[in-house]
Write a protein that binds this ligand. Structure first.
Ligand code: SF4
Length: 241
């Protein structure tokens, strides 16, 4: 049975991951309200809830296996592209056992519309083989087990835990990373540290919805290059352009 996901990310005390020049520049030059007061956090949460009440996972899946594979494919790839690829993939390989025995070229053919498809196809087969060898073909329900699978990091694990098992987790993808920084919910650029900052500030029962709502905000208004600030009601945002 799935266990509650209480394990916070492990953040190395020394030598944190080097930020890109762009990230470092943003980090060094801006103070966008960190740390936010409880009142400000409540305002942000209220805005997200009212603006994106139906925000859900954009990946198509029927069970843990399908969401795990779809999330592995979703790195640097749009959900609609992943959904096209997985429709073909799951028709041919409906479960971990069939995918574990798959010919790699066939898997590559199914997912070739996704970026880095060769590397991802290898991760899919390897992950499926691990699921069969170590978990009887089932998708495990703990973060500790999920992150031992090939192609699965904390982000992917939290997506699966939240959407399949209902276990609270924060998905720090590119949208959550960018918007958390813009909203002054973090001053860090590394996903593990951002996750810790958010865990401290966002009530645990809202983690799953918060992740979906921020991702929806990133796709509709708070886009990376040209955020549509004139249409955004978050007046406290100091990144407003
Ligand atoms: S005001 Fe602009 S930068 Fe701030 S959250 Fe809204 S869209 Fe994003």
């Amino acid at each position: 049975m799935a266990q509650d996901n209480l394990a916070p990310p492990k953040v190395k005390a020394k030598a944190p991951k080097k930020a890109s020049a762009k990230e470092a520049s943003a980090e060094q030059t801006k103070d966008l309200g960190w740390p936010r007061s409880k009142k400000e956090i409540a305002e942000i949460l209220s805005f997200l809830r009212s603006a994106y009440p139906k925000a859900r996972c954009g990946l198509d899946f029927r069970d843990g296996f399908e969401l795990l594979m779809a999330t592995i494919l979703s790195a640097q790839c749009q959900d609609k592209t992943v959904n096209l690829a997985t429709a073909k993939l799951f028709k041919r390989f409906p479960d971990a056992r069939s995918l574990a025995k798959a010919d790699l070229a066939e898997v590559e053919d199914c997912v070739k519309i996704c970026g880095f498809f060769r590397q991802k196809a290898k991760s899919l087969v390897d992950c499926a083989q691990n699921l069969v060898a170590r978990f009887g073909g089932k998708t495990p329900g703990t973060l500790e087990e999920l992150v031992t699978l090939r192609g699965v990091g904390r982000k992917t694990a939290n997506v699966v835990l939240g959407n399949v098992f209902g276990i609270p987790g924060l998905t720090v993808d590119t949208h959550v990373k960018r918007i958390s920084f813009r909203l002054g919910l973090t001053k860090n650029v590394e996903p593990e540290r951002i996750e810790l900052d958010l865990m401290d500030q966002i009530p645990k029962d809202l983690w799953i919805d918060f992740s979906h709502q921020v991702i929806a905000h990133g796709r509709t208004l708070c886009q990376a290059r040209r955020p549509l600030c004139s249409q955004c009601q978050l007046t406290l945002c100091q990144a407003r352009t």
